[in-house]
Design a protein around this ligand. Structure first.
Ligand SMILES: [Zn+2]
Length: 335
């Protein structure tokens, strides 16, 4: 038995946990298979087995990648890699993580790069460029590719990661098993949120990352927890829970535009902000929402207050960070 499976967190932490994502895992989207390499494209596959499991605190070096030079194409604006993101280079790509892909091109204009048909964040790194690719939680370990506008492929390896297991006892039955009407509502709302996460890619003159922590408080549930509610498996936790008193102001972690607000079954009063370059953040269980859809917001602007709306057992912020439509661990990009 895996060590992490033994790490039971028997938790009925009133006030510290969100009961979001209580659909059974059969509702997971299927992993998208790796694209086929085009003839002539140069790639190099890491000698490290992708089935190797990356523990939570691993510092295993990332695989080397032999990359084909990109042909230049005018795309956007010269956003520089902030020094604080440089540590991502040394963190292996895992489900829910970020792949660092160096692009040996010295063109003054950024290349356009796609992963699973979605454009990804590209930043200036010295004389060259780097693509930072969000890896969906449901992706299986293996070799994957990004592609540029000239159909050149660049390989990277996704390693296995065993997130901790959390067993939670819930007393409210419909928190665990929504009824058919609630399931319909959940499906409808999932589409609204998915649409907001798929907001069209927008160039920025700055790097939207790193993100400032939107509130201070105890990290009450980490990203990726594999959850069992009353013994029944549920989707892994797709965000970071930060506990704070009711009414605590929630601050925008980076400039952006509000792309969706709503009062949803799971996440209650919710705000989604597009920060550009495929980065969208989500704020759930708010008590009050202080912004409107379409509003342009500055960094550290108050967007709402901490609450316990939706399926939450107490006041906390559920913070989701999506990179190229993949929910990633917010702690990877927190300032
Ligand atoms: Zn949460």
């Amino acid at each position: 038995m895996q060590l992490s499976i033994k790490l039971f967190i028997i938790s009925w932490l009133s006030g510290l946990i969100c009961i979001s994502c209580t659909l059974p895992p059969t509702h997971f989207p299927q992993a998208t298979p790796a694209p086929v390499i085009k003839p002539g494209a140069k790639t190099q596959i890491s000698s490290i087995s992708p089935s190797a499991t990356i523990p939570d605190n691993s510092n295993l070096a990332p695989p080397n990648q032999a990359l084909k030079p990109l042909s230049s194409r005018s795309a956007a604006i010269n956003a520089q890699l902030p020094p604080s993101l440089r540590s991502l280079r040394d963190i292996p790509a895992v489900p829910g993580g970020i792949a660092w892909i160096s692009l040996p091109i010295s063109s003054p204009i950024p290349p356009r790069i796609w992963y699973q048909q979605k454009p990804v964040l590209v930043l200036r790194d010295g004389q060259q460029w780097v693509a930072l690719v969000g890896i969906p939680l449901q992706v299986q370990p293996g070799v994957y590719y990004v592609i540029d506008s000239q159909h050149n492929n660049y390989a990277f390896t996704v390693y296995n990661k065993q997130y901790q297991v959390q067993y939670v006892k819930i007393n409210k039955r419909n928190f665990v098993n929504p009824n058919p009407e609630e399931l319909q509502r959940i499906q409808y709302e999932s589409k609204l949120i998915a649409t907001a996460l798929a907001t069209p890619w927008r160039a920025t003159t700055y790097s939207p990352l790193p993100l400032k922590q939107p509130i201070q408080g105890k990290l009450s549930s980490s990203f990726g927890l594999r959850r069992y509610f009353n013994g029944q498996p549920r989707k892994p936790h797709s965000g970071l829970d930060i506990a704070a008193p009711l009414g605590t102001p929630v601050l925008a972690p980076s400039p952006g535009q509000v792309v969706n607000i709503g009062n949803y079954f799971f996440t209650g009063k919710t705000v989604l902000i597009d920060h550009g370059q495929g980065i969208v953040t989500l704020y759930g269980h708010l008590n009050q929402i202080k912004v409107i859809e379409g509003q342009t917001i500055e960094i550290e602007q108050i967007i709402g207050t901490v609450g316990k709306t939706g399926r939450a057992t107490g006041p906390h912020l559920h913070w989701g960070v999506s990179l190229n439509q993949a929910m990633i661990n917010p702690q990877l990009v927190m300032q």
